[in-house]
Every structure is written in structure tokens, then in C-alpha cells.
Design a protein around this ligand. Structure first.
Ligand code: NDP
Length: 405
């Protein structure tokens, strides 16, 4: 029986609340807190209707540490789940340290004024969490999150040495909008307009952003979804996996994008709408990307009518008993099924379910430790078992296809 405080009432936050509410024997008290109280109230009503559970709600600015500390001290949670934005990570970690509570998130910190994300800022909290006897679990969504757990599982059960990892993220769904992003538009557009990096033979190799003519892409034949154009993209789990999977020679991350999405993004970039530097508008400073976010659909609103599947997984190449072995571990998730269950789309669902499971494993003391951890540092077996139980079943098969060199 535990009390959990969930921060962020967006697409992912709603899924985490629903999934925690489905397990009352673990999550006996749930509070959802966010910047806009009405969004918390809307989710509260939905949870009452679908899960028949009452939750508490609160308004909080997660960038205001004293306000957060006082909320945490009054609700007294066993764990804080941060599914607000990456900008809030350090403030919420500070508040958890001050109030003496464990922490979990799904995306690594990035500063608002530079479109750059990396773990160093959160890894720097290692000693502070250790000294307080607290645990912080980073990146507990799908990718990062389950992708890291697949790597740990492959390492534990199938390989002596993993030489290469290719993480492939395919959204073959259709939401029927001209242009929308499946998670927070500001964070999504900052991520996909960056210079691409992957790690090979001990160093990071750079390539052009996905919207450039000379970006790196190939057609991959996904299970169930079929052939889809997949673009090399930098993703945060590469940074921790390079450290934690010993003997790794190469890691790449690929994501599918439609021509329609890329064309919209190119136009928006070319007219300056993806910029994060303030511009003067009628005497006010505005940030073009923030303004763009305000006119794009919210991720939580995309679920109704969304059809098709997501297919996200990892392909490994390495050695077992001196022989080469290639395997593929992946999940297939259906947008419409997610909507039917909890009115979510599959990107929010595939992120929120692992966050709930990670929270459950921490609360039960199955995943424990003091300090700051990435997912692959935990025993993968309990999460792999619970993923199937709570809606994200996975397959392991020999991989006979081909990938770019
Ligand atoms: P949304 O934009 O739908 O939701 C974000 C929520 O955070 C909003 O409700 C927003 O409030 C709230 N928020 C923002 N700033 C503050 C603040 N200062 N104080 C309190 N609340 C705040 O985004 P998503 O739900 O799609 O994404 C949530 C997180 O999940 C992001 O960090 C994203 O990067 C991560 N993610 C991780 C994935 C993974 O696989 N690991 C995949 C997808 C997402 P308001 O409504 O008022 O704006």
C-alpha cells in the first residue's frame, strides 16, 4: 500500500494515473499535480468513470522548489513520478531530496534556452541521493525505458558480449491531423531538429538532422507494420547504454517519419517557427516554438480516432559461446486498443505503462538502491514479466533481416 504523487497532467500523466488506479493493492493513494488544475480535474473524472477510483489533485508549478516541497510534505508520497517536461527534472529532484522521497522520470533534463539533452546534469545528483538514502530512477518510459530493459534482458539471457544495438521506433499509426506530434510538441521538435549522433568504435559520430536532404535513412520491414522509412536520430538512452553495456562497439537509434511530417517540419523550420530564441511580437518577447506548440494539438487529444500500431524494439548482434547471434526484441501496440482501455494514444500508453511498472517495482523494493540509476542497471526480469501483464507484451525472435552497415 503506497502513496504516489504524479506530476504532469498531459498525455503520459493521464496514462500513469489510469494504470496506477488499476492496481489499488499497490497504489492506495494517488495524487495528480500539474500547472493547470482543470487538466488534473478532467483526468480525475475520467479515472472515476473508467477505473471507479478517487484520486486527489493539486495545482503546482514544478519549477518552484519550495512550492513542490510543501506539496510533497503535505501529501507524504512514497514516490514522486515526474511526467511533466524535461525542464522540470532538476527542480523535482531537488524537491525530492529536500522532502526525503524517491524519484522516477521518463525523459532526461534539458535546459530551456539550449536544445540539448544529456544525463550529466542528473548523474551529478548521484552523491546527494546516495547520502540521503534515496533512489532516483531515470528514463522509465518506453524509449528510454523499455528499450534499456530489453538491452539488459538480452545481455542477461542471450549474450556473452553484445557488439551492436539498433533501437528501432516505428509509429505506423494515423491520427488524421495535418500535423501533430505524439508527445509534447516543444520537446519533440527540439529533439528531431538536432544534429544526429550515434556511437561507434569508442566515439560519437555526427550526421545531419532528419529534415536535411542528406540525412541517413533506410527502409526497414517492421513486424505487422511492414516497410517504413526509418531515420537515424540521436536518443538519450544511447548515452547510458554505452556506459553500462560492456563491450558494446556500436549503438544507433532509428525512428520512422512520414514524408508529410518531414515536409511540415521543413517548412516550419524554414520560416523560423521552430526557433527557441525570443523574437519581438507587438512589443512582447515570444519564443516561436512555444507559440507553435500552443496552436498544435495536445498529445492527450490525439487518441480518439487514432488507428494503426507502434512497433518499438531492439536488434542485437553479438556473441554467445563463441558463435554470432542476432536477435530482435520488440513490442507491438495498437492505438485504438489503448483508446478503448483508457482513452489514450499508443505513444502516451507505451510511456505511461512502464512508468507505472517502474514505480511498482520501486515501491515493492524489488528494484532498490541509493543514488541515481538508469534502467539497464536494474534486474530486467521483473519488468519484462510485468510488461506483458499490464498491456505491453513483447516478442523475441532470431533476426534474419539486414541493417545498414
Ligand atoms: P504533455 O505536453 O502532454 O504534458 C506535459 C504536462 O506537464 C502538461 O500537463 C503540462 O502542464 C505539465 N507541465 C509543464 N510544465 C510544468 C510545470 N512547470 N509545473 C507543473 N506541470 C507542468 O507531454 P507528454 O505527456 O506527451 O510528455 C510528458 C513527458 O514524457 C515529457 O517529458 C516527454 O519528454 C516524456 N516522454 C517520454 C517518452 C519515453 O518513451 N521515455 C515518450 C513520450 C514522452 P500544462 O498542461 O499546463 O502545459
Amino acid at each position: 500500500m503506497a502513496r504516489v504523487l504524479i506530476i504532469g497532467a498531459g498525455g503520459v500523466g493521464a496514462v500513469v494515473v489510469h494504470k496506477c488506479a488499476q492496481v489499488p493493492e499497490v497504489f492506495s493513494e494517488i495524487m495528480l499535480a500539474s500547472r493547470t488544475l482543470e487538466k488534473c480535474e478532467r483526468i480525475k473524472e475520467e479515472v472515476k468513470e473508467i477505473e471507479k477510483r478517487d484520486i486527489q489533485t493539486a495545482k503546482v508549478d514544478a519549477d518552484n522548489v519550495p512550492e513542490l516541497v510543501s506539496l510533497i510534505k503535505s501529501f507524504k508520497p512514497d514516490l514522486v513520478i515526474n511526467v511533466a517536461l524535461p525542464y522540470q527534472d532538476l527542480h523535482i529532484m531537488d524537491a525530492c531530496l529536500e522532502a526525503g522521497v524517491n524519484y522516477l522520470d521518463t525523459a532526461n533534463y534539458e535546459p530551456q534556452d539550449v536544445a540539448h539533452f544529456e544525463y550529466s546534469w542528473q548523474w551529478a545528483y548521484q552523491e546527494r541521493f546516495r547520502k540521503k538514502g534515496l533512489m532516483a530512477l531515470l528514463g522509465c518510459g518506453f524509449d528510454p525505458g523499455v528499450s534499456n530493459v530489453y538491452c539488459a534482458y538480452a545481455q542477461k539471457h542471450f549474450y556473452d558480449t553484445i557488439k551492436t544495438i539498433d533501437i528501432l521506433d516505428c509509429n505506423a499509426g494515423s491520427h488524421g491531423k495535418s500535423f501533430a506530434t505524439n508527445f509534447n510538441p516543444e520537446i519533440n521538435i527540439r529533439e528531431v531538429t538536432q544534429v544526429v549522433r550515434h556511437w561507434e568504435n569508442g566515439k560519437w559520430v555526427e550526421n545531419p538532422p532528419i529534415i536535411e536532404e542528406n540525412s541517413v535513412h533506410f527502409t526497414f520491414d517492421y513486424p505487422i507494420a511492414g516497410p517504413k522509412e526509418s531515420y537515424l536520430l540521436y536518443h538519450e538512452e544511447e548515452e547510458s547504454l554505452v556506459k553500462n553495456i560492456k563491450g558494446l562497439q556500436k549503438i544507433r537509434f532509428w525512428m520512422t517519419f512520414s514524408e508529410n511530417y518531414l515536409t511540415h517540419l521543413r517548412v516550419l523550420r524554414n520560416v523560423g517557427m521552430t526557433g527557441i530564441e525570443p523574437v519581438k511580437y507587438e512589443g512582447h518577447d515570444i519564443i516561436p516554438l512555444r507559440f507553435l506548440k500552443s496552436v498544435l494539438p495536445e498529445p492527450a487529444s490525439l487518441g480518439k480516432g487514432y488507428s494503426g500500431k507502434t512497433v518499438i524494439g531492439c536488434i542485437f548482434d553479438g556473441l554467445k559461446d563463441g558463435k554470432q547471434k542476432k536477435i530482435y526484441i520488440y513490442n507491438v501496440c495498437d492505438h485504438a486498443e489503448c483508446y478503448k482501455e483508457i482513452r489514450a494514444q499508443a505513444i502516451s500508453y507505451t510511456t505511461g505503462v512502464p512508468a507505472m511498472i517502474g514505480a511498482m517495482l520501486m515501491i515493492k523494493g524489488i528494484w532498490k538502491g541509493t543514488g541515481v540509476f538508469n534502467m539497464e542497471q536494474m534486474d530486467p526480469d521483473p519488468m519484462m514479466e510485468l510488461l506483458t501483464k499490464y498491456g505491453l507484451p513483447w516478442e523475441v525472435e532470431d533476426f534474419r533481416g539486414s541493417l545498414p552497415q
